[in-house]
Design a binder for this molecule. Structure first.
Ligand code: BDR
Ligand code: CA
Length: 307
């Protein structure tokens, strides 16, 4: 299995990514670092602990991270309700607590303990990873790559924002990570808005006859409603798609480019900008997921919930 650290802000879709990471035999979840974003930091931490306990992964270390973006006040996501995980009546209270180390120090410790470079999946604002780059530049060669859910380029008519929440929430951290030299795979709204949970997918989820299946269905029903209100389409499984690429990178087709992020635009700060035609002559810093095989992604998700 591929060892990873998952940096997240649960969040319903982060929660499903956590479930997938724990249940996939292709992944060894070494730890979870938590960031503010979909809800206040104490809520994203408590959601993480409760989810892990519920799925029998209470022994996975959880480290709490940044409580706000590096250079801006915290703006919360709106897709998950006040607790960040509304619609979860069955989740137990956690019996475990967080590591003593801050998320960035936990990542540093984990990297130092290993000979091989490690892969990181990031499904929230990049506050933790931005801070890590600033604090531990000497450890960057020990990060093999970062698969990041965030950003947007190929806007579809239904996407009304020039930016995407994880980028918008902490664009300075995103810039620091993009400029760090660590290889990045960007899994943006361009592909994640194509993995939508609508009636055909619900029918498949309903066939999964387990407590986990029912909880995931509860999350999805709730998440869909807020998603529809804000984006006009069914629930998009943003973070699970990013996580799935560790298990099966062929789910997407991507192309390399240099990505920058707008930090000053009045209406566009947080917008990701890619130099697809290499007009600025900058070396690519990311592989940008461009097309996704949604059916195969859902088959993978159903199988992880079933088996
Ligand atoms: C991203 O923002 C959050 O609401 C989701 O968890 C996802 O990481 C999508 O824009
Ligand atoms: Ca997220």
């Amino acid at each position: 299995p591929t060892p990873i650290i998952l940096d997240c802000d649960p969040g319903h879709d982060d929660a499903i990514a956590l479930v997938m990471a724990h249940r996939s035999k292709a992944i060894d979840l070494l730890g979870v670092t938590v960031v503010c974003g979909n809800a206040e930091p104490e809520k994203t931490v408590s959601n993480t602990l409760r989810i892990l306990e519920f799925i029998g992964a209470g022994d996975v270390p959880v480290a709490a991270g940044c409580v706000r973006p590096l250079a801006r006040p915290l703006v919360l996501g709106t897709a998950d309700g006040p607790s960040g995980l509304e619609g979860s009546p069955y989740l137990p209270q956690a019996t475990k607590t967080v590591e003593k180390l801050h998320a960035v120090d936990f990542i540093a410790k984990t990297l130092r303990e290993r000979d091989e470079p490690l892969r990181i999946v990031a499904t929230g604002p990049l506050c933790n990873l931005g801070l890590f780059v600033l604090k531990y530049p000497e450890l960057l060669p020990k990060i093999k790559d970062i698969t990041w859910m965030g950003g947007v380029f190929w806007r579809k008519s239904e996407i009304i924002t020039p930016t995407e929440f994880n980028a918008f929430c902490d664009p300075e951290a995103l810039k620091i990570v993009l400029d760090s030299g660590v290889p990045i795979t960007m899994v943006g709204l361009d592909v994640t808005m194509q993995v939508l949970v609508e009636e055909p997918q619900y029918a498949e989820f309903e066939k999964i006859d387990s407590e986990l299946g029912r909880v995931v269905l509860d999350w999805l029903r709730f998440y869909e409603k807020l998603h529809r209100d804000s984006m006009g389409v069914g629930g998009a499984l943003h973070d699970p798609l990013a996580l799935a690429l560790i298990i099966d990178p062929t789910l997407v087709r991507s192309r390399p480019a240099h990505i920058g992020v707008d930090l000053t635009g009045t209406y566009t700060f947080g917008a990701t900008v890619a130099d697809f035609w290499n007009e600025r002559g900058l070396p690519p810093n990311a592989q940008i997921a461009k097309e996704v095989d949604a059916d195969r992604f859902f088959d993978l998700l159903y199988s992880l919930l079933r088996d």
